[in-house]
Design a binder for this molecule. Structure first.
Ligand SMILES: [Zn+2]
Length: 298
């Protein structure tokens, strides 16, 4: 199966687990199970925007979008992050109310059976994805699988908590579990929003990638004849961009300069997969300046 196949399967499994866990909440009235259902909504959102990424974001550049469509994913992930964060807050609100006026749980056995069935489905998918990820060395798929395993443990915690409620009659335990689960969901929603904002704000690439770029440039640089400066990077989805100056002796022919530029570009792209390099050629003693004076005043 292709990666997009696994994403579609993830979406189907997320919809099924949301239905099962929502049913579990409906029958029992447990806010803990409701919070657990929300956790599956995070997975649904994640799988949906991953699928958007491999379809919309992977569209080739066209006349209207000459740099490609890589930023498409940030719109969906940012929007979903806000929704998830808001829903988690709503669950915390409901759980605090429940804590103030506890309510006995109903049809607990049926609720727990539905919840365990949902977790079994999640666990099976996570296991299949982990096997596929190991075979293909896909870090993205492995991260998804690990996230799913975390959800299985969360659900197991909720189920154990509800069994403890049944054994002890401590109704307050259910909202306390709900608050813990919802706080984690809120954290995930917030991190989706932050990642999207980083992307839309043209955040620089990770320091590790920056170091790889610097190492390649250091390999070419020469104290007298070749200098690189004004190295700026940004990330757009799966794609990374770097632009920089290459300063060389003014008497070099354009042919020689262009050949060297091609070598530097190819070395950069070989060192960092997905990187696009734009290199401006300049004589040693001339600096290209942007007239940003107006912007500085603002
Ligand atoms: Zn320069």
């Amino acid at each position: 199966m292709q990666v997009s196949g696994y994403l579609k399967l993830s979406i189907a499994v997320a919809v099924a687990t949301i239905a099962l866990k929502t049913g579990a909440w409906w029958f029992t009235g447990s806010v803990g199970l409701l919070a657990d259902a929300m956790e599956s909504v995070v997975n649904l959102a994640g799988a949906m925007f991953a699928l958007a990424m491999v379809t919309v974001a992977a569209q080739p550049a066209d006349d209207d979008h000459p740099f490609g469509h890589h930023k498409a994913e940030y719109f969906s992930s940012g929007f979903e992050g806000v929704l998830i964060f808001a829903a988690a807050l709503a669950i915390i609100w409901a759980a605090v109310n429940r804590l103030l006026s506890p309510q006995p749980l109903e049809q607990l056995t049926l609720g727990l059976v539905l919840s365990v069935a949902a977790s079994a489905l999640n666990g099976a998918l996570a296991w299949a994805m982990l096997k596929k990820a190991r075979a293909h060395r896909s870090m993205a798929l492995e991260a998804d699988a690990r996230h799913l395993f975390t959800d299985v443990w969360t659900s197991a915690g909720v189920v154990l908590g509800l069994l403890a409620v049944a054994a002890t009659g401590w109704a307050w335990l259910d909202p306390v579990i709900a608050i813990a689960v919802a706080a984690n969901v809120a954290r995930e929603g917030f991190s989706l929003v932050r990642r999207s904002a980083d992307g839309l704000m043209d955040r620089a690439v990770d320091p590790a990638v920056q170091q790889q770029i610097d190492a390649v440039l250091d390999g070419f640089a020469h104290p007298k004849t070749l200098r690189f400066d004004h190295v700026n990077t940004r990330r757009a989805g799966q794609r990374m961009f770097v632009d920089l100056h290459m300063h060389m002796p003014p008497n070099w022919s354009l042919q020689r300069a262009a050949a060297l530029r091609t070598s530097v570009e190819q070395a950069l792209m070989a060192a960092v997969p997905g990187l696009r390099a734009t290199i401006q050629l300049l004589p040693m003693d001339v600096e290209a300046r942007f007239d940003d004076a107006a912007e500085r005043v603002l």
